[in-house]
Design a protein around this ligand. Sequence first.
Ligand SMILES: [Fe+2]
Length: 326
Amino acid sequence: MPVPAPILYPPFNIVRLSHVDYAVTDLARSRAFYADTLGLRITQEDPDAIYLRAMEERGHHCMILRQADTACVNLLAFKVFAEDDLDKAAAWFAAQNLSPTWVERPYQGRTLAVKDPWGMPLEFYAAMDRLPSIHQNYALYAGVKPLRIEHFNMFSADVDAAVAFYNQMGFKVTEYTEDEDTGRVWAAWMDRKGGVHDIAFTNGTGPRLHHTAFWVPTPLNIIDLLDLMSTTGWIANIERGPGRHGISNAFFLYVLDPDGHRIEIYCSDYQTIDPDHEPIRWDLKDPQRQTLWGAPAPRSWFEEGSVFADCPTTQSDMKAQPIIAP
Ligand SMILES: [Fe+2]
């Protein structure tokens, strides 16, 4: 199925992805991973939850860790342009029979919660508490020096349908992988903020979160993180990379948090803000789409992901087998 044309005037205006809310089974261990190792800054610490932000972010949080008996993803959140975009979003989701609700969230203004057609929990807000800039407080930089949250990547059992739905919300396809034999889309990268993506969908048992990505200043920060993780007890949490993706051109590393939530460390993709930006098509049989330098991904990278709260998964009927390392 060809990817849809971008909708330049969507029903409501999403600015960018905002934050992820993870359920974790050992909050202290997750704190050691995200704050002490990756270098995210803690903005609020409660007995059962920790809020964090990255170094150039003025908003209160880009990640929430919540103590829970079972690990999962509680929700993915997006910032909209203005308050009336929330009302437009509420009307649009209601017209899709998705029953949006207004919820109270600390450090945020009005917040709209909804589940997408596959049960993935989403939230939208326009205003979040602003914190003083720490961007040039270099004494505070640690770990991989994360600058900002970059994107979410989800497993979907029907990528064509997910792309069609999120395209209506204003996300435009920047790159995609197509199965030449069936003409179906295997994976797609979709943006709002003018990079390669805010969200991506990859064929597989879904919905599940494949990873959350953070932007870092340079590839050298990724090398430094590998040295740090490999000498501080986190070596088993290094999953894939470093490398360069064909898709997006990003320099990447994938690491796993203590519950197996996958985090990508990412830099050097490119600008896509032209309204007539043409998506790049990749063939599913081209191994360089995954790693430009040729090294295949481990099997875990194709199969393991984080489930969403109260969201049953469906197996995909697309079985084309990507290149997998032994
Ligand atoms: Fe990614």
